[in-house]
Structures are given as C-alpha cells and as structure tokens.
Design a protein around this ligand. Structure first.
Ligand SMILES: [Fe+2]
Length: 219
C-alpha cells in the first residue's frame, strides 16, 4: 500500500498504517481559560466537551478508513463518505484548538509597533477598517467560523467566513485569528445577542498568540 509505513498500535487505537505520526490525537486541556471575562465556566466546559468529541471522532474516522482499506473496500461508497466526513471532524478539532489558543484572560492590545499590526494597516488601510470587516463577517447569518487568514502566496490578509468546519477555507492560507460562530459558543450566556458575544471575543483575544502565528506563517 502506497501510504503503509509500519504497523502501529498506540493506546486503545489500533491502526495498521500510519496516517500521521502524532495519532491518535489527544484532547488538549484549556481549563486555563475558566474565569475568562464574559464567558461562563458552564459555557466553556460544555465547549471543551464538544471539542473532545471532535478529537474522538477524528481518531475513529482514521481507524475506520484504515480498516476499510485493509478489507479491500477502499473503492466502496462507505470509504468515500467517511473520507468526505474527515474534513468536517478534523477541522472541528483543529479549529477549536486554534480558537481556544487565541483566547486569554490577560488581554493586551495588539502592539502597534509589531509587524503584524503594520501588516493589517497596510492591507486594510487602518486597523479599524479591518476590525469593522471582521465584525461584519462575524455578524453574518448562519453558523461557522470567522477566520483572519494570511495568504502566504500573495502576502495578503483575508477575513473569511467558513461554513460549518469544512467549507470555504482559502487554499494555502494560514489561519491567524479564529472565532467560533456556532451557537454553542455563546447562546448559554448571550441567547441570540451575538453582537455581545463578538465584543466579548474581541476583548479576550490573545494578540501575542495571533502575532506569533503570523510570524510563523512568514517562514
Ligand atoms: Fe465550537
């Protein structure tokens, strides 16, 4: 098999072929965010549980695909549907990690002397114009994600709307700032008042983490 590298058995997950050397994926602990201003512990703990489900299901999908491949069913409709499903579960896991990891209880404004701030100003004329665009995107009807991307090919910043987890990601772009717009991210605390959640999110951004992602994307 083209992608068969070696037999692998880790924990309670048994796959005969390595898809990724860090598998099975492990849930990360984000309890450091409990107590963050504007998001209750109840909401956050629910959100953490939901995220853990994506980790489990991503692992299950890889394992099921491996079993189908071993059973010579790689050409089956079942294999194809699980492959399609993989983008949803995988991104559900990854996007939640990016989201939690760009939140902080110790908010500090983005350094106006940072190269990232200057990049925003260069691309959007000024920071507030970028912010208005980000907020307008976050206010769109529907569920999904709002993501500030860095287009590594053209060197541009893009505020994007992502449907669900898997549709709309601009190819070859690095996610810098990730905001969850699914109702579970705010309805326990805010009901239908998404505008209030947006303000809470903006006041809890870990700008240093975002700026670090930008610097990493440049390399
Ligand atoms: Fe979420």
């Amino acid at each position: 098999m083209a992608y068969a590298i070696a037999a692998l058995k880790r924990g309670n997950m048994a796959i005969s072929h390595i898809f990724c050397f860090v598998m099975p994926y492990q849930s990360k602990n984000y309890e450091n965010l409990l107590g963050i201003k504007g998001l209750s512990d109840k909401l956050l703990n629910n959100h953490f549980s939901l995220y853990e489900g994506y980790v489990k299901n991503t692992n299950k999908l890889f394992e099921a695909l491996d079993e189908l491949h071993d059973a010579n069913k790689a050409g089956s409709p079942q294999f194809a549907e699980l492959k399609r499903r993989l983008g949803w579960e995988f991104n559900g896991r990854r996007l939640h990690e990016l989201y939690f990891e760009n939140l902080t209880k110790d908010f500090k404004e983005l350094d106006i002397n940072s190269s990232f701030y200057k990049k925003i100003e260069a691309g959007y004329d000024n920071f507030n114009y970028w912010l208005e665009d980000f907020k307008a995107t976050a206010s769109m009807r529907g569920i999904g994600w709002v993501i500030l991307y860095y287009d590594k090919k053209d060197g541009c910043l893009i505020n994007s709307w992502i449907n669900e987890h898997d549709a709309g990601h601009p190819a070859g772009c690095a996610p810098l700032l990730v905001m969850d717009i699914f109702e579970h991210a705010y309805m326990i605390d805010y009901g239908l008042k998404r505008a209030d959640y947006i303000e809470t999110f903006l006041a809890a951004i870990d700008w240093q983490a975002v700026a670090d992602r930008f610097e990493k994307a440049l390399t």
